[in-house]
Design a binder for this molecule. Sequence first.
Ligand code: OGA
Ligand code: MN
Length: 297
Amino acid sequence: MDTLETRIAIKRLHPLFVAEVTGIDLTVPVPREDFRVIWDAFNEHQILVFRDQHFDDESQIAFSRHFGTLETMIAHPGNDWNPGHISVMTNLGKDGNFLPPDHPAMLHRERNEAWHSDSSFKPVAALASLLASRIVPPVGGNTDFASARAAYEALPAERKAALEGLTALHRMTYRDMDNDKGYKEEDKQRHVVTHPVIRTNPVNGRKALYVGSHAQEIVGMPPAEGASLLDELTAFCTQPQFVYSHHWRDGDAVMWDNRCTLHRATTFDKTQYKRKLHRTTIAGKTPDSAFARMPGA
Ligand code: OGA
Ligand code: MN
């Protein structure tokens, strides 16, 4: 009789990663058995795309909590100085009008246009992020994703072996971009952590490169040498064959695994088109790094 039973369907959107999940409304309480399907898909496909989910902050937070404890952001330009669980990716001020291009919040968000993994500068790096549309631009403003798992798996065996055991130093601020963006020296020093260059997903044992713009030095290597190795690895991960570009539609929500993917914002006409996406960020469960002193500081 029950022909209307919801059935979650999972469809790959890229040969190597990214799946679209249909047949479920995430804005209402999600049963445990449905969450299990989503959790398994998340670990397998690394990026999950959900369409026609019209989240508000409350329902987005409620769904995100299935994945674990949410990160709480301090007040900063990226969340309109509202501390809490929501980070706001937008070119609009609180009044809904366009922000001028030199506004601190615009400069802060421009950093998202560099490939990165969210919160990799924290001692417990983020497990996942859920970015959900509020207002989407008609043209541009895609979010690009790269599979650092597929990239790792494509490395020759001897390269994998050479990278095994390396540790990178991650900073909140970006090497080349941030000197003039209003960050105080103490902010730059505050978040300096180390993480392994190769991370293993404990659920399925799959390994991935853990690099991106926050990763800036290799522990035990001269800074410039480590930086160029990390740049090379980030460039390797972000080759076209490992990249999926998400064009945002109204009602879209995309969840990504920060342990094995990199992402970046792409630009759009920020004086013509409005863009507003809200992000919740799920903290990692196990401390997989320790605070490190910044070499040479
Ligand atoms: C983020 C992010 C990219 C974008 O939300 O963490 O990097 O396209 N966003 O807004
Ligand atoms: Mn990000």
